[in-house]
Design a protein. Sequence first.
Length: 274
Amino acid sequence: MADEATVNKLKAKARQLRIDSVKLVYQAGSGHPGGSLSGADIMSVLFYHHMKYDPKRPDWPDRDRFILSKGHCTPLLYSVFADVGYFPKEELVTYRRLGRLTGHPNPKLPGVEIATGSLGQGLSVGHGMALAGRLDKKDNYVYVLLGDGELNEGQVWEAAMSAAQYKSDHLIAIVDNNKVAQDNMTANLKGVEPIDKKFEAFGWQVYRIDGHNIGAILDTITAAKKTSGKPVVIVADTIKGKGVSFMENQPGWHGKAPNEEMFNKAIAELEASR
């Protein structure tokens, strides 16, 4: 079980990641706040506790790999990368301007394993990386963060079949199941539930958790890393726009920048949260 001190530290990190993500979108005048806010707790646990990596050696062969398959959520990704030291925090002001901090992950940026501009490709790449790690006799893990709307892409399910067939047991997929897509609720587009039962039928080890419960995320990833003989998926039930009242569960905040008044309200709410 996760200890209280670790949980509290990671909660504070997640809160700061939400603040930094909103700031990035506001300063750039564009970006995707909703999915960045929903994934902050997951990213906090991965990058500040579970993952093995070295920002000073981004090509370290023994590193764990992370793929942001829901590639539009770069406000969250870049907030993490700047904080852990992949690039200077001063560079964040260039987000969505000329430079490396593009709207979707840019492989020219240290820490980015692959561009994920078109959704649905990340799980295939992650499966390939897991197989490569097995051939190289490495004990590293590959983490792939997907969105639930992204599961509408057929390539996700081709990768799911392939990973189960080849027993990619160092592949851990996490679905940020915030139930809101680009312009509607996912249930009104192509309903993807029951996500857990579908992956189970494809031959995966499946966990379903509250994606905002830091302790549950910590413990579930620990269990996932002990799984052998099959890939793992963690279906993390989350709230799109988590922590900002007027953004929560609102499709309109999928890819929209707040004005000054909304920005100040969002930051005040996030800073007051515990």
